[in-house]
Design a protein around this ligand. Structure first.
Ligand SMILES: [Zn+2]
Ligand SMILES: [Zn+2]
Length: 466
């Protein structure tokens, strides 16, 4: 870029605060500072206006600015506009080449990592990092993306820190509180990873919660993460993506406008009907095949192809309540609380009893371990070794009707028709609601996809992730 950045010199808010109201055609000495402000945030192009005069392009820019900030669009520099311009705000532009941002673009994946570097001395301990973590949780709770914290040496997608106002990657001197960037492909700050979330640590005071003259970290973090996900500034007052923020206040809940923007960028993944699956009690995926046990105590195999093909009967499977495939073997839990293993070969072979599995609702396999959800709403893990070993309780799993493991995550469908995802780590972590899964009777995963059978005897496939 050869053009001098409009943010290379501090925006002079004192000049703006002292300016008289100025209408179309009028001139006020110092109005050039308002024009610089409009340029800084994408409303006005350099060289396209007469300095200090509300000419037609400046008036059009003022009108656009007023519309996007819920002010009366007079096209004049007036009192409400002056007040709005003096408010602290996000450093990201509202417009790009004169076109308003609503959304920019989406990431090409739904799972992102983040890391922290420098914090702020304004907050005791590492409370500022916890506030940012909470903001990630709020976005993750929508169920369209998931976020994992790593350290800065692990090539994070997003790196968060507090910076001097004179921040080399995006100057924040002036009314700017913080900046971020948009996803790869829509970048305005950097074309490489990690993407920044930077807070101005020299001109503003940071707080946890509403504190006089200070800014709530979680409130600002929620907004900046919105940019990272591809959302631009919104003109809807009360939305997280509105460009200005007040001190001594919190705004920690996503607005319907934020949710509709996110939904547009990351639509809910849907299930595709790929055939019939009659009277299924449990289902497993193994190799390139699907297996199901049916209520008449038979075991069936079919290709995991995405169209209607027949199931082939390959043996018996009595009173199965949960089933999965792992490392070349099929495993099932039965109504009499036993765990069984057999070869997946397509003919009648016997199941071998390898232990207990009490009150199983469904089973899953992931990274060399067996998992099961039980009728008392607990989640368990055990080694797949063929003898009696104990299951370890690793958390909750409420009202599960189907479970699967895929690409490092556990998935479950619940009786209330939701689909959930969580880390398989052996302690209590939360499940994230990632969509719907209606009338599921059995679920498992194979070949990068989730499969489920439903009450109406249909078989469905869906990509993993939110
Ligand atoms: Zn912003
Ligand atoms: Zn920066």
């Amino acid at each position: 870029m050869t053009e001098t950045s409009p943010r290379s010199r501090k925006l002079d808010l004192d000049t703006i605060s002292g300016l008289p109201a100025t209408k179309l055609g009028e001139t006020s000495p110092g109005l050039a500072e308002v024009q610089r402000y409009l340029r800084s945030f994408g409303y006005l192009r350099r060289g396209a206006y007469t300095p200090d005069q509300v000419d037609s392009s400046t008036s059009a820019a003022l009108q656009e600015y007023q519309e996007r900030h819920d002010l009366t669009p007079t096209g004049a520099f007036d009192e409400p506009t002056r007040e709005q311009m003096l408010k602290p705000r996000c450093a990201m532009p509202d417009m790009h080449n004169g076109v308003a941002f609503v959304t920019t673009c989406a990431w090409n994946r739904r799972s992102l990592t983040f890391a922290f570097d420098a914090g702020t001395d304004d907050i005791a301990g590492a409370g500022e990092f916890d506030a940012v973590r909470t903001a990630f949780v709020t976005w993750a709770a929508v169920g369209r993306l998931s976020f994992t914290e790593v350290n800065t040496a692990q090539n994070p997608d997003v790196q968060i820190g507090w910076r001097p106002a004179n921040d080399p990657d995006h100057n924040m001197v002036g009314p700017a509180l913080a900046h971020a960037d948009f996803p790869p492909g829509c970048s305005v700050v950097t074309n490489t990873l990690p993407k920044p979330v930077h807070f101005d640590d020299s001109e503003h005071t940071w707080s946890i919660g509403a504190v006089a003259s200070a800014f709530d970290v979680e409130t600002v973090a929620l907004h900046e993460i919105g940019h990272i996900l591809g959302l631009g500034h919104s003109s809807v007052p009360g939305s997280i993506m509105f460009p200005t923020v007040s001190p001594n206040a919190t705004r920690r809940t996503l607005h319907a406008d934020d949710l509709s923007g996110l939904g547009q960028l990351y639509p809910e993944t849907s299930w595709t009907d790929i055939g019939h699956a009659n009277n299924v009690a449990a289902m497993a995926g193994l190799g390139s095949k699907l297996y199901c046990a049916t209520s008449d105590n038979r075991l069936w195999i079919r290709d995991a192809v995405a169209w209607e093909v027949d199931w082939v009967d390959i043996g018996h499977a009595n009173n199965v309540v949960g089933m999965t495939g792992l490392a070349g073997k099929l495993y099932c839990a039965t109504a009499d609380d036993r765990l069984w293993m057999r070869e997946p070969v397509p003919w009648e072979v016997d199941w071998v009893d390898i232990g207990h599995a009490n009150n199983v609702a469904d089973m899953a396999a992931l990274s060399g371990k067996l998992y099961c959800a039980t009728a008392d709403n607990r989640l368990w893990m055990r080694e797949p070794v063929p003898w009696e070993v104990d299951w370890v309780d690793i958390g909750h799993a409420n009202n599960v009707v189907g479970m699967a493991g895929l690409d490092g995550k556990l998935y479950c469908a619940t009786a209330d028709n939701n689909l959930w995802m969580r880390e398989p780590v052996p302690w209590e972590v939360g499940w994230i609601d990632i969509g719907h899964a209606n009338d599921v009777v059995a679920m498992d995963a194979i070949a990068g996809s989730l499969f489920c059978a439903t009450i109406g005897n249909r078989l469905w496939v869906r990509p993993p992730g939110p």
